[in-house]
Design a protein around this ligand. Structure first.
Ligand code: CP
Length: 302
């Protein structure tokens, strides 16, 4: 098993590291959800959240994960920092590094930004989402949620639905499930699918065929902020053709689980009744996020 030095991409992980991270997260799960309990793994270490894009789940769960492991945690966003005065990405990263940060958790709108920062700094960098590229800890927490429900992480059929083209979540999940031996299907309008699927996926345009007998249905957010005109005729049309509701899930296996990385556009990607229904594991994904991020931090420093 390779030792974790940074986490920029799922490509840095192998199957044994993924299993080790998920096993560690399993051990942390109770502590992650019990604010009164802390571990001393990161005592004396400093975690800096450097978020150039908005986030609720990822930023908060990294902050909680760091605090549960006794790290000092600092949050930096462009509006309250010298980024708003025009400081470059490299200068900002090197400035934080000069204050002896141990780990930099980076979210940025440009693909490759986390890797670029890792080249400038001594601190270990975790990619918390870079442009259209990757979101590796999201894929890990999704895998944790799937394993908890299905009691296995291999031989499953996983259907990823919607805006695959702009989704770093889809890319990291596809890479991870290719590695783990799951069958990955992608489905959506032609304009929101990559013209050449870069990984081992089955591509569908028909939702019913893509969802048939699936173990997991993962809906993705329509990323309007990354789209040009012409990607999508209308949200109403999208929702009619690709929105996940009860009748769509009925095509999948009876014990199918519904996932969504959030934030959800209710009534567009998923109906409200299914998002809040018994097949939905959206909030379990959020709870898993703290434990999985604790596990990643633990493995970086253990
Ligand atoms: N899934 C995810 O990355 O959510 P946030 O943008 O809220 O962090």
């Amino acid at each position: 098993m390779t030792k974790l030095q940074k986490l920029l991409s799922v490509a840095e992980l192998d199957q044994s590291m993924v299993n080790a991270l998920l096993d560690t997260a399993e051990g942390f799960y109770k502590i992650a959800n019990e604010p009164s309990t802390k571990l001393s793994t990161l005592k004396g270490k400093t975690l800096v959240n450097l978020f150039y894009e908005s986030s609720t789940r990822t930023r908060t769960s990294f902050e909680l994960a760091g605090k549960r492991l006794s790290a000092d945690v600092v949050n930096i966003t462009p509006s309250g920092s010298s980024v708003s005065k025009g400081e470059s990405l490299a200068d900002t990263a090197m400035t934080i590094d000069a204050m002896n940060a141990d780990v930099l958790v980076v979210r940025h709108g440009s693909s490759g930004a986390a890797e670029y920062i890792q080249k400038q700094v001594r601190a270990r960098v975790i990619n918390a989402g870079d442009g259209l590229h990757e979101h590796p800890t999201q894929a890990l927490l999704d895998a944790f949620t799937i394993r908890k429900q299905k009691k296995t992480l291999t031989g499953l059929t996983i259907t990823i639905c919607g805006d695959i083209l702009h989704s770093r979540v889809a890319r990291s999940n596809i890479m991870l499930h290719n590695m783990l031996g799951n069958r990955v299907r992608i489905v959506g309008p032609k304009t929101l699918l990559p013209s050449e699927a870069p990984y081992d996926v089955e591509t569908y345009f028909d939702l019913k065929t893509a969802v048939k007998d699936a173990d997991v249905v993962m809906a993705l957010r329509i990323q309007s902020e990354r789209m040009g005109t012409g990607n999508l005729a209308s949200l109403r049309e999208y929702s009619k053709t690709y929105g996940i509701n009860e009748s769509v899930l009925a095509w999948a296996k009876p014990d199918v689980i519904l996932m969504h990385p959030g934030p959800m556009n209710r009534g567009v990607e998923v109906s409200s009744s299914i998002a809040d229904g018994p097949q939905s594991h959206v909030l379990n994904q959020v709870s898993a996020g703290v434990a999985v991020r604790m596990a990643v931090l633990h493995h970086l420093f253990s």
